[in-house]
Design a protein around this ligand. Structure first.
Ligand code: NAD
Length: 235
């Protein structure tokens, strides 16, 4: 942590960016500005800027919840300005993810498809099951109908945690579901099922802010939400 009340810029003023901005003060940050291309309407007193280049002073940290093109712009800007970056944007293509890798050579970067402590615990459990003899796995991701990417970033992260096991993913988009994930693991004559249900979107906003506090003062490099949520160290 670099100071008692670090200055925060939130990139993206959609569902998530607004929640992060609203929770910033309670989590010990000073909200410097919310950045989005279009003015998002009522901001409850927060400052708004139309782009990162319109920020007068660099903040102590930037949290990004946009679309992949926004994350690439944030990664470049943070690297150039020396600002640590936390991003929760999902659906990044390999080339877009490389922008995060490049930024991580200059500043600490934590990108995670999911900032809930529960999902990060689930990832940790799945990674520990390599010796269980899993024959196959079925994963279901259910989200609201506005979600742009499918499978969800969380579903892809859960599947990656089971590698090299083959995982069949079913993605469903229904109503206003915040995020439900379940994994059924076929063992020898038995099935092990793990499931997570997000009851409120605020868990992701609080998680991103807490992960951001954890990231401050760390050296340049890539970090995972699991490193923060499970109290471990970086890769
Ligand atoms: P949203 O559509 O409500 O908001 C997206 C915001 O990004 C909008 O304000 C839009 O104007 C802005 N934006 C888009 N492209 C931009 C660009 N190039 N530059 C600057 N701003 C840009 O979406 P949301 O529900 O807030 O979700 C945002 C992202 O966060 C999605 O990828 C979603 O999957 C992800 N998400 C992650 C977590 C997590 O825990 N990691 C949780 C929920 C959602």
């Amino acid at each position: 942590m670099t100071q008692a009340r670090p200055r925060l810029v939130v990139h993206g003023a959609g569902r998530m960016g607004r929640l992060v901005a609203a929770a910033a003060s309670a989590e010990g940050f000073q909200l410097q500005a919310l950045v989005s291309r279009q003015h998002p309407g009522d901001l409850d007193g927060a400052q708004w800027r139309p782009g990162l280049d319109a920020l007068g002073t660099a903040p102590d940290l930037l949290i990004d919840f946009t679309l992949p093109s926004g994350t690439v712009a944030a990664a470049r800007w943070c690297a150039a300005q020396g600002v640590p970056l936390v991003s929760g944007t999902t659906g990044l293509e390999a080339l877009q993810a490389r922008a995060l890798e490049r930024a991580a050579t200059q500043v600490p970067v934590l990108h995670a498809a999911n900032f809930s402590p529960g999902v990060n615990a689930m990832l940790g459990v799945l990674e520990s099951l390599g010796g269980l003899g899993i024959r196959s796995a079925r994963l279901t991701d259910v989200h609201h109908i506005h979600k742009k990417d499918a499978p969800s970033g969380t579903a892809l992260a859960l599947a990656a945690a089971l590698a090299p096991v083959q995982v069949a993913i079913e993605s469903r988009r229904e109503g206003e579901v915040i995020g439900d994930h379940s994994v059924a693991l076929e063992l020898d004559g038995e099935t092990l099922t793990l499931a997570h249900h997000a009851e409120e979107r605020e868990i992701f906003a609080r998680g991103a802010l807490r992960a951001a506090r954890w990231l401050l003062g760390r050296p340049a490099g890539r970090y995972r939400a699991q490193d923060w949520a499970l109290g471990g160290e970086a890769d």
